[in-house]
Design a protein around this ligand. Structure first.
Ligand code: UD1
Length: 456
């Protein structure tokens, strides 16, 4: 029996087979940040000149964003992890539903398209099924900048009805430091007339990365990474070369996997202060951490139960809550995991319980009593980060696990299983030929060489 998905939509044709009780050892290379790369691709719409983006991870989310840009008329040349982006021939200001479906970051294009062309039509966003994820902060901010917005049949239609087709600088105070809304509004304000101040802005490293690239393009953005960001609009933006920052969430996932198996690994390249909240919690739970330049070494020891409380940066990232919960299932003592950012980000809890974890869930708070060991089984990940958590659980567990729902995993982790395999985990992707019979299905498994598989 495969546990975990009420929907039948997950990818049954692939799974990761994991031999449990593994140990990690060695050095792992961290890819470029998914969430940075997505918004930087969007920002390339703001100029007619060429943008060269380096260190772009190969992921299905990035592939989707590329398709969206190409559909708008952007010319993209792919050289390994480097993308050359030429947006000078954009003719369409409308994103088609079929392409944006399932990619929340596609909505963040609205600010760039609107400010550059005076109008934009973008379908309401999708993404991971982790809560309602409204867009009111994006809409209110764009309206404050002078856009007229209506939502019709699931499409957000925005227009600038002012002389010269330009948004105007203004003072915006976000009710919540939304990452996406801060990004949308920074891009919109970068070509507006006059000064925009965004208060209660998100401070995530990906926002700082966006502002750095925009400033290279000629924008005048001050205090990115602080609660109050100032943007002096400019008439036009130019080209640049920019390297995507390392993915702090991928980095954190590997550190947690090492801690969960009392292993020692080095991750590189990383920007250590992006991981401060995670490092603090790993140290508190018993791991030793050494930081040297752009690499972090973790020496996993005994695991003690600690409490975590997710919060906007620099707090503990919601994207690492699920992986950290997997670690806590086998910690000594008790721990309390509080999710504060998304209302439905506890999908992994029931599955971890099926594996033998002792967890009580009360709304968005998980109370965990550490157990000696959990048991391997077949499970379906239902969102990106819960899939990563299940893989960590599979590595910890006794016996074999098969993790399905890899379409979620492939959205956000570049070559995850081959990186784990290089670190010594017995893991392989199986490609299945399935036959359905009534309500159940039978899977005949055919393993293939890892090297043949490409995530995106
Ligand atoms: C981004 C990240 C995601 C991460 C999240 C929080 C990308 C592509 N995704 O998502 O990986 O988990 O930040 O760090 O960068 N909200 C509103 N109104 C809005 C916008 C958001 O109420 O207009 C709420 C959301 O429902 C959610 C919270 O704010 O509860 C956080 O959302 P936000 O920071 O916007 O996350 P995303 O940008 O969608």
């Amino acid at each position: 029996m495969v546990c975990g998905s009420k929907k039948k939509s997950y990818l049954k044709s692939q799974n990761l087979k994991i031999f449990g009780q593994g140990k990690l050892n060695g050095i792992v290379q961290i890819s470029g940040a998914k969430n940075s790369a997505l918004v930087l691709l969007t920002a390339s719409l703001l100029t007619n000149e060429r943008i060269i983006l380096e260190n772009v991870p190969r992921l299905t989310d990035i592939e989707k964003m590329r398709n969206i840009l190409e559909n708008l008329g952007v010319n993209l040349i792919d050289k390994n992890n480097k993308l050359e982006i030429d947006s000078k021939n954009i003719s369409i200001k409308e994103l088609p539903y079929e392409l944006v479906n399932g990619l929340r970051a596609s909505f963040f294009c609205i600010g760039a398209i609107l400010t550059k062309f005076g109008e934009a039509k973008v379908p309401l966003p999708g993404g991971c099924d982790i809560g309602s994820r409204p867009i009111d902060e994006h809409i209110n901010g764009l309206e404050a900048l002078g856009a007229e917005i209506i939502i019709e049949e699931g499409i957000v239609k925005a227009k600038i009805k002012r002389k010269k087709n330009k948004l105007h600088g203004t003072h915006i105070k976000l009710n919540f430091p939304s990452v996406g809304a801060t990004e949308t509004l920074i891009m919109a304000a970068s070509l507006a007339e006059g000064r925009t101040i965004i208060e209660n802005a998100a401070r995530e490293p990906e926002i700082q990365d966006l502002c750095q690239m925009l400033n290279k393009m000629g924008a005048r953005i001050y205090d990115a990474g602080k609660e109050k960001i100032i943007i002096d609009g400019v008439n036009k933006l130019g080209g640049c070369t920019h390297k995507v920052i390392p993915d702090r969430i991928e980095a954190g996932t590997f550190l947690i996997a090492a801690a969960a198996t009392s292993s020692s690994i080095t991750i590189s390249p990383v920007i250590p202060h992006h991981l401060e909240a995670v490092i603090n919690k790993l140290q508190e739970s018993g791991s030793k951490i050494n930081i040297k330049g752009n690499s972090i070494t973790i020496i996993g020891k005994e695991i003690k139960g600690v409490d975590i409380y997710t919060a906007p940066f620099p707090g503990f990232p919601t994207d690492l809550q699920a992986p950290f919960t997997a670690l806590m299932t086998i910690a000594k003592g008790e721990s309390k995991i509080t999710e504060t950012i998304f209302e439905n980000r506890m999908n992994h809890i029931n599955l971890l319980k099926k594996m033998g974890a002792s967890i009580k869930l009360n709304k968005n708070i998980a109370y965990i009593k550490g157990v000696q060991t959990i048991k391997g089984m077949d499970l379906v990940g239902s969102d990106l980060r819960s899939s990563a958590a299940l893989i960590i659980a599979g590595i910890i567990a006794e016996g074999i696990s098969k993790i399905y729902g890899l379409d979620h995993l492939d959205r956000g982790y570049e070559n995850f299983e081959s990186k784990l395999e290089k670190l010594g985990i017995k893991i392989s992707r199986e490609f299945n030929h399935k036959t359905f019979g009534g309500k159940s299905y039978k899977i005949e498994t055919k393993s293939e060489e890892m090297s043949k598989f490409r995530a995106a």
